[in-house]
Design a binder for this molecule. Structure first.
Ligand code: SAM
Length: 292
């Protein structure tokens, strides 16, 4: 959704020019981002928009919801990927579901896996992001990466392959992404991988979705833990992720630090200290999880 600048005093251009704003509203509040130019717009499986913005670089929007901006996508993708991958000694075969922009696969490749399969339902998202944004930095063309265009739930339902880690980088709740929080989805995933991570939206303004995701994940995996992060352009900035496994995983700080030093991975945001701290939840969220 875009509109003329509602407050002309915000505009640093002559009053005859129209400043465009992208506005994402949620639960009686909204984020406004100044748009320089609309680079791409298409309705396919989803309504895809790509903007060049004044202060956040290129921005991908699906069905009116911000998916990534160049400025803060690293904060999101690094915590989604490195928390699970540093939780294990040998993340060798990785499944990424969703993630059409390629940011998650870019981070996965830093762990030198043998094979990455990315299952993305909307080819148009991949093509548009490759054309106008490029956050994958060539990762989707890496010879270790296979990109399949299908529904993630269909892939895990029929897959005969086993994975070391599954990472779900899905969209906000919409008709195509609702499958990625279905109970059967988690049950299929737990049969083909021991470790699973997904973004789980905002527990602060998307409680219903968050609760449904946790409830269903707990029916698929024996151990589920939530960790949090901040992503400025996501609803009110607080973001959550779910780490789930079939057998208990409690890597110590020393183990994570050792893997971090061994793998020598460059990051903008993630580090072992933040890894450990991200599982320290505020009281309101701890109590919310106890009630689910
Ligand atoms: N970082 C974003 C977030 O946390 O909201 C997600 C970004 S990424 C662009 C989300 C991707 O999930 C999109 O490319 C979308 O097409 C894909 N997706 C949604 N539902 C899917 C499904 N059922 N199977 C596979 N991919 C799906």
């Amino acid at each position: 959704m875009r509109s003329d600048n509602p407050n002309s005093n915000l505009d640093d251009k002559p009053s005859n020019s129209v400043t465009q704003w992208f506005i994402e509203g949620y639960d009686g509040s909204a984020l406004m981002i100044k748009v320089r130019e609309t680079l791409f717009e298409k309705r396919s499986l989803q309504y895809i928009q790509i903007f060049d913005t004044e202060s956040f670089g290129k921005m991908l929007v699906l069905d009116g919801k911000i998916q990534l901006t160049e400025k803060d996508e690293g904060m999101y993708h690094e915590m989604l990927v490195h928390v699970p991958l540093f939780s294990v000694d040998n993340p060798d075969k990785i499944l990424v579901i969703g993630g059409g922009d390629g940011g998650s696969v870019r981070e996965v490749l830093k762990h030198e896996p043998t094979e990455v399969i990315m299952v993305e339902i909307d080819r148009e998202v991949v093509d548009a992001c490759q054309m106008y944004i490029g956050v994958d930095e060539g990762a989707l063309k890496d010879e270790r990466v296979t990109v399949l265009f299908e529904d993630g739930i269909e892939f895990v339902r029929t897959s005969k392959e086993k994975f070391d880690v599954i990472i779900v980088d899905g969209t906000d709740p919409n008709p195509v992404s609702k499958n990625l929080i279905a109970e059967e989805f988690y049950r299929y995933c737990s049969k083909i991988a021991n470790l699973f991570a997904t973004q789980s939206q905002s527990p602060f303004v998307q409680d219903q979705y968050f609760v449904e995701l946790i409830q269903n994940a707990r029916r698929g995996f024996n151990f589920c833990s939530v960790y949090i992060n901040y992503v400025p352009t996501y609803p009110l900035g607080l973001w959550s992720y779910l780490l789930a496994s079939n057998n208990e995983l409690n890597p110590s700080y020393a183990e994570i630090k050792r893997r971090w030093e061994e793998r020598k991975i460059e990051t903008k945001h993630y580090n072992p200290e933040l890894h450990m701290a991200s599982f320290a939840l505020p009281e309101w969220l701890k109590k919310r999880l106890e009630k689910i």
